[in-house]
Design a binder for this molecule. Sequence first.
Ligand code: MG
Length: 447
Amino acid sequence: MAKKLFGTSGIRGKVNSEVTAELALNVGKSLAYYLGNQGRVVLGYDTRTSNEMLDQAICAGLLESGIDVIKIGLVPTPLVVYATDKLKADAGIMLTASHNPPQYNGIKIWNPNGMAYTSAQEAKIEEIYHNKDYTSVTWDKIGSLSYNEEIKDQYIEDLVNLVDIKHGLKVVIDCASGAGSEFSPLIFRKAGCDVTTLNCQVDGFFPGRNPEPNEENLQTLMKTVVAIGADLGIAHDGDADRMITVDEKGNISPFDSLLALISKKFGGTVVTTVDAGLCMDEALKEVGGNVLRTKVGDVNVAEVIIEENATFGGEPSGTWLHPDFCICPDGILSGLRMAEIVSNEGKLSDLLKEIPTYPNIREKVVCSKEAKINIMKNMEQLLTDNFDDIREINVIDGVRITFEDDSWVLVRPSGTEDYVRVTLESKNQERAEFIRDECLKIINDNL
Ligand code: MG
């Protein structure tokens, strides 16, 4: 069987071994064929050293197959999605490997409505690609190439107009030298913030820090926020569709608490993923809203937002979707909205204190690929046989059980590595440890 092209977030792999110019060329042709060898596609890329290579290659494949290409160059992922909508294009392509190290790159495709290509759409592209079903057009139907700079100004202006931030809020922004570098600080300044930048020089080697925004990589940001007395620190991943905040004391905000804090502001129906914690339910209950949980992955969140007409959606990873603007994740807008909250309501550390946190445990059990698949087939039964105080079972992505006392556990196979993850939360530490021990016993006994 041919190697699977698309993973959990588009095509992703090591440059010039897995992700090559040839692959980009043929993905361009495959997408063109999928679109009926006509139409317009917006094309953008992040700061990686391989981006112009892939940009030229995929563009050639599209043009050869009759698609008009609108290049917007170096942009955050959400700008490709925004441009696809505003320019009424038929699809958007972003060349990025998001938070992966610099030797990686990838291709992610978007629908005109702001939703990433679903796995069904990706499967179609993949079939065309592997079967080489794509066709060239005759010389007189080759696509045209144009460049659009104005759309970037329009995006910046639209974002600035969406928020109301008190003048002079002190913000430190760390873009990892990724795609946010030339946008995020500019937008925050236009929105009235006093911005200090870290790693905002465009550089495909990511010399300042790894593009994954986690505590290990954000030490300089955490120290800088405290050193200059800033109100807020914001860190983006490599393509700026995600962000995480650092509070005025220099602490990274817990992902779940931050998501609960922003969700509360929206109220109504909020969509999140199966791995999101109890604080989400409690925060929404407080404002008369409700939480829906779906499969991990922003495209799944986007799908449910559309179906349920939800006000907001987000994953605990800092991937937030703002349907009042666009249903693709936007790390710059997410950051602006946090700055707005801090500027109107006070210190972030105080605001986060109001969000309840409970003992939570994350474990992983290493096992073979076969064992992982086999045990997950029986997981619902195994868990229901072993626990007698189950209130709710959700099997949309792994098995998630909610108990009568609000404790919950999620047993989920890793999508990329050979282990089963156990994530759980309870209001009581002993109870959390009991659930953990039971689950680990169930898994180990049945491997
Ligand atoms: Mg990203």
